[in-house]
Design a binder for this molecule. Structure first.
Ligand SMILES: O=C(O)CCC(=O)C(=O)O
Ligand SMILES: [Fe+2]
Length: 286
């Protein structure tokens, strides 16, 4: 289902909120409610076309680099998952996103959540559907309570059409999917799901326990995204996700505030190597 299902899971920003990059208190509550109740929310109209295009070019240039190494995600033949350098247009987009959404993450994950993934996922024409899955799993409610809550957020750098690899989600599964018997889990993959065909500049945030998949791309267009994952601080993080983050950044416990306040040490930011986009963008996009 697209249309109505996407509307139910979406929060549209008021023009004033998008322009000032500050959310109204009611918007923060609405986003929190969706995340608590459905395990997924879409925010439309967060980023403008120019920022999305610049980030998409940056990602494309990184993917084309002969040194690019890709993370091992599900069904990755036509899906390229590339952990990103924390610089340039993609970093600006991350900073902008976290600055605006900080109150939402504070309300759901507590103060200053940890940044555990910063990556890009481009799904090319010809990709088949992934199997429905939850990114993290845990064996008991007790275990779930002791683990940190974790969200992943995809920023769509181009319009996502129903046939260009949208995210399919089964809302509300974050509370119990883990604890179903195997055949019950199987049944959950055949219930109606929401197909998040959303305009460029939207962001989808989902709980890592929510049942979802990357759908097929039968269109001629690639679906470029950047994504990040945040987890509650001072708790163990769930097992399951690929934790797609450049190796150098794993040495330092990165948080939302490090990104917003630009307090990541230079040696961590440098990550040891010159990246392809440094050459590509020199003097070109400045
Ligand atoms: O591509 C997407 O929209 C989702 C990808 C995904 O769920 C995964 O690789 O675990
Ligand atoms: Fe996933």
């Amino acid at each position: 289902m697209t249309g109505l299902a996407v509307d139910m899971l979406s929060v549209h920003l008021q023009p004033e909120e998008a322009a000032n990059q500050v959310l109204f208190r009611e918007t923060v509550s609405r986003l929190r409610e969706r995340l608590d109740d459905h395990g997924v929310v879409v925010i439309q109209g967060l980023h403008n076309t120019k920022d999305c295009r610049l980030a998409a070019r940056h990602v494309h240039s990184e993917i084309m680099s002969p040194w690019a190494t890709f993370s091992n995600i599900r069904d990755n033949k036509y899906r390229k998952d590339l952990a990103l350098p924390m610089r340039g247009h993609v970093m600006r987009l991350l900073r902008k996103t976290l600055s605006v959404l900080a109150p939402v993450f504070e309300a759901t994950l507590g103060p200053n959540a940890s940044l555990v993934e910063f990556s890009s996922l481009t799904t090319y024409s010809g990709a088949g559907p992934q199997a429905f899955h939850a990114d993290s799993s845990m064996e008991s409610v007790k275990r779930m309570r002791s683990l940190g809550r974790m969200f992943s957020a995809f920023i769509y750098l181009d319009d996502v059409r129903p046939e260009s690899a949208p995210l399919d989600v089964v809302p509300g599964t974050h509370t119990h999917f883990q604890f179903l018997m195997e055949d019950e889990q199987e049944m959950m993959t055949s219930v109606p799901f929401a197909r998040l065909a959303v305009p460029q500049g939207s962001i989808a945030i989902y709980d890592s326990r929510t049942l979802h998949r990357g759908a097929a791309n039968t269109s001629p267009f690639a679906r470029p995204t950047i994504y990040f994952s945040l987890a509650e601080q001072h708790k163990l993080i769930p097992i399951g996700p690929v934790y797609s983050l450049r190796h150098g950044y794993r040495q330092f416990p990165l948080t939302i505030n490090n990104v917003i306040l630009e307090t990541i040490p230079d040696e961590v930011l440098a990550d040891g190597v010159l990246v392809h986009s440094d050459l590509d963008f020199r003097g070109f996009w400045a």
